[in-house]
Design a protein around this ligand. Sequence first.
Ligand code: ADP
Ligand code: MG
Ligand code: MG
Length: 211
Amino acid sequence: AGRRAGRAVRDAFAAAARGIDEQVDELGRLDAIVGDGDHGIGMQRGVHAALDAAEFVAAGGGGAGTSLRRAADAWADRAGGTSGALWGAALRAAGSALGDDGEPDAAAAAAAIEAATTAVLAAGRAVVGDRTMVDALVPFRDAFRAASPGGIPAALAAAVPVTESAAQATANLLPRVGRARSHGTRSLGTPDAGAVSLALVLRAVLDSVGP
Ligand code: ADP
Ligand code: MG
Ligand code: MG
């Protein structure tokens, strides 16, 4: 029963990988302003490793939970860096929340997004306002949950623009955690790389699902 959901997860990673491939250089440029410039290449390695893992699980008829948990390990192993560890934690938590039984509905998806957000907050210990991916992830979680009675495509369609605005708004925040911390005001006017890449992944997934 979970096979279709396993294939849907694979398709979502395929869309995310295409989205990241188009923006590798831009994400590196954003990260280089206050970080070490490796965010584009790290995201590209991570999302392709996740896609390969999800492809393998889908080919064997596995469900969404197994697919996300295998993808999580692959992403964290191959991407490296802070964001690789955090994406791994997020996907692992989402996979454990979803499980492999049947076809997740929007309430189950909202619960998985909640679990992923909790995992990122626990692993990275950043809070809203620190200028990280958390500044895009928390508004995404809230907007998705609020719109979830309309179903998964409608909830994504409502939440993705909110996430994109929140990612762009990190341009006004001063970094307080991670490598960026020591660079003070240099980042003002430029959004956080990890917030932008999260929005990009979610936009790609939305475009592939369609409302
Ligand atoms: P690294 O900093 O190890 O080179 P990346 O360049 O791949 O890793 O990722 C950098 C991004 O990770 C930042 O732009 C930010 O969004 C995110 N990030 C850094 N530290 C944290 C943290 N403690 N919690 C959440 N996100 C973080
Ligand atoms: Mg970096
Ligand atoms: Mg690095």
